[in-house]
Design a protein around this ligand. Structure first.
Ligand SMILES: *Cc1c(COP(=O)(O)O)cnc(C)c1O
Length: 488
C-alpha cells in the first residue's frame, strides 16, 4: 500500500506506510492518504464479528501497513489493545471490550447507543490511537537505531495522551508546552505527575497560542529541527487516523447481527480527525448510513455541511467553551475529505487550500460566484451535522443522568444533543463517547450539582508530586533546554 499527498504534484513520489509514520505534513504541504482504500468483503466482515479488539485492529491495520511484517503488527496490536491499558470502563462494562457499547434508548424513534472510547490512561479517545502510535514509533525507531524528540503544545487532551503513550519508550523523548495555570487542575495533574525521565513538561507563562508560536518558531529552524531530531504527533498524523478506523468497524459489528444492517455515527468533532476515520471506514465498505459531525459553538464544520461554505475563524471568533477539545478555528484533517470529494484531484485541493490561506476559506455551494459545485455530492458520503451550545450541554448531561443513570462528559453531550436530531427507525445511532466526565468536572458540577465519579486510581491525582518547569515565551531558552536534554 502506497500513500499519496492530497496536494501531490508530479514531483511527489508515493510513500510506504513506514516512511510516513513518523512525519506529519507531506513535503508539498498536503496530507497523506492511501492511494486507494482497501475494500472489506461481506465474508470478511462476518469473520470479524467474533474477533477481539486487538485482532480486529490487526486485520484492519495490515491492509494499510503492508510493509510491516504480519507477525510484528500482530504483536504490536496485541500489546496495545489490552484490558489493562483500557481499564477505566464503567463498573457495569467490561474493560476487555476496549470500546464497550451501551444502549441508551430503544423505541419507536430508533436506537441510541454510546460507544465508550475513553477508557484509556488519560480518559479521552485520543488514547485509542496514541497508545498504538507509541508502540509503532518505538518499533520503527528500534529498527533504524534512531531516536525522536517529540515537541508539541497542548491545551489539554492531546499532550497528556502523547505523554502517556510515549512514557518509558526507547529512543523517544517528549517536550510538551502547556500554558501555565490555564489547564484544569485534573489535566495539569495528569501530565505533571509523570515522573518518567523521557517526559519533559514545560509550563509557559502565556496562553496556548504563545505555546504554539514557540513550537512553530522552533520547527521553522530547519537545521535545528534536523540535528535535534524533532518530530510531532499532531492530529494530521496518518497512523493516528488509521488506528481510529478500527473502532468504527467495532461499533458497527457490536450494534448489528448481520451485514444487511446499517448504523449511523455521531462524532463530537474539532479537527475532523475522528470523523475522518469514520469516512475511511465507510469508504472501505463498513455499512455506515450517516456520519454526523457534532460541533460546539465553534461551528466551522457545521457551517460547511449546512451551506457548502468552509470559512476558518479568526482568533477573536474562536470561543473558549466547556467542550474545550473541540475549540478549533480550522479543522486540520478536513482536507482529507475534500480530496475525496473533489475526485482526488490534487490540483483542485491545492487551489482550494490556497484560497483558505489567502481568502480565509472557500465556497462549494454551486451558487453564483462560488468556488465550485462539488457540495451537491457531500450527501453521497453520508455527512451531515449539527451544533450544540453550553446550555445544550448542561441540559443533555442532566437528561442523560436522569434517564439512563450515567454521567457523560461535555463533548459527548454535544454528540448526544446532535444525534437526537438524526435518529431514524431501523438504523441504530452510535454516539462516540470521547472523554469521561471526570476530566471536565467543573461543568458536571454546574449541570448536576455533584461531582463526576472518578475511575479507581484517579481519586487523589491532584495531590501527587509534580515534575515540570516554568519558562517565559523565550524561543532561544527553549532550544537550549531541548539541546541540553537530548545531548545531540
Ligand atoms: C480531540 C477531542 C475531540 C475532537 O476530535 P477531532 O479528531 O479533533 O475532531 C472531541 N472530544 C474530545 C474529548 C477530544 O479530546
Amino acid at each position: 500500500m502506497q500513500y499519496v499527498s492530497t496536494r501531490a504534484t508530479k514531483a511527489s513520489a508515493p510513500q510506504p506506510f513506514s516512511s510516513i509514520l513518523l512525519g506529519g505534513l507531506a513535503p508539498d504541504g498536503g496530507l497523506y492518504l492511501p492511494a486507494e482504500y482497501p475494500q472489506v468483503s461481506g465474508e470478511e466482515l462476518d469473520a470479524w464479528r467474533t474477533l477481539s479488539y486487538a485482532s480486529l485492529a490487526y486485520e484492519i491495520l495490515r491492509k494499510f501497513a503492508t510493509d510491516i511484517p504480519d507477525a510484528d503488527l500482530r504483536a504490536l496490536t496485541a500489546k496495545t489493545y489490552t484490558a489493562e491499558v483500557y481499564r477505566n470502563a464503567r463498573a457495569s462494562e467490561s474493560s476487555a471490550d476496549i470500546t464497550p457499547l451501551r444502549v441508551l434508548e430503544q423505541n419507536g424513534d430508533g436506537t441510541l447507543l454510546l460507544q465508550a472510547l475513553s477508557n484509556g490512561p488519560t480518559l479521552a479517545f485520543k488514547d485509542m490511537a496514541m497508545q498504538l502510535l507509541g508502540n509503532l514509533f518505538e518499533y520503527e525507531l528500534a529498527k533504524e537505531g534512531a531516536e525522536l524528540n517529540i515537541f508539541g503544545a497542548t491545551s489539554g487532551d492531546t499532550g497528556s495522551a502523547a505523554e502517556y503513550a510515549m512514557r518509558g519508550k526507547q529512543g523517544i523523548r517528549v517536550f510538551m508546552l502547556s500554558p501555565l495555570d490555564k489547564m484544569s487542575a485534573f489535566q495539569s495533574a495528569q501530565m505533571f505527575s509523570l515522573q518518567d525521565p523521557n517526559i519533559f513538561n514545560i509550563a509557559v507563562a502565556g496562553v496556548f497560542d504563545d505555546c504554539q508560536d514557540m513550537v512553530k518558531a522552533v520547527s521553522n529552524d530547519l537545521p535545528y529541527k534536523l540535528t535535534q531530531k524533532i518530530g510531532t504527533v499532531n492530529s494530521i498524523n496518518w497512523a493516528r487516523v488509521v488506528a481510529q478506523v478500527v473502532y468504527y468497524f467495532r461499533g458497527y459489528l457490536a450494534a448489528t447481527t448481520d451485514n444487511s444492517q446499517k448504523v449511523s455515527f455521531t462524532v463530537p468533532s474539532g479537527n475532523f480527525g475522528n470523523i475522518c476515520a469514520g469516512h475511511i471506514a465507510r469508504m472501505m465498505g463498513c455499512p455506515i448510513d450517516k456520519l454526523v459531525a457534532a460541533t460546539n459553538e465553534n461551528d466551522v464544520l457545521d457551517e460547511f455541511f449546512r451551506t457548502g461554505v468552509y470559512r476558518v475563524r479568526k482568533p477573536l471568533e474562536t470561543y473558549h467553551t466547556s467542550s474545550p477539545s473541540m475549540d478549533i478555528s480550522k479543522a486540520s484533517n478536513f482536507e482529507r475529505f475534500i480530496y475525496d470529494l473533489v475526485g482526488r484531484d490534487s490540483g483542485r485541493v491545492r487551489d482550494l487550500f490556497h484560497k483558505v490561506e489567502t481568502a480565509g476559506g472557500f465556497d462549494l455551494s454551486g451558487k453564483l460566484g462560488s468556488d465550485g459545485d462539488e457540495w451537491a455530492q457531500v450527501s453521497q458520503y453520508g455527512f451531515c451535522s449539527g451544533k450544540s451550545t453550553h446550555q445544550d450541554r448542561l441540559a443533555t448531561i442532566r437528561d442523560v443522568q436522569d434517564d439512563y443513570g450515567i454521567t457523560i462528559d461535555t463533548h459527548t453531550a454535544d454528540g448526544v444533543k446532535v444525534a437526537r436530531e438524526y435518529m431514524q427507525p431501523g438504523v441504530p445511532m452510535i454516539v462516540l463517547e470521547t472523554a469521561l466526565a471526570a476530566k471536565f468536572n467543573e461543568t458536571i458540577l454546574e449541570a448536576l450539582g455533584m461531582d463526576a465519579e472518578r475511575p479507581p486510581g484517579f481519586e487523589d491525582i491532584e495531590s501527587l508530586p509534580q515534575k515540570f518547569i516554568v519558562m517565559d515565551t523565550d524561543v532561544e531558552k527553549m532550544k537550549r533546554f531541548i539541546t541540553t536534554h537530548t545531548g545531540l
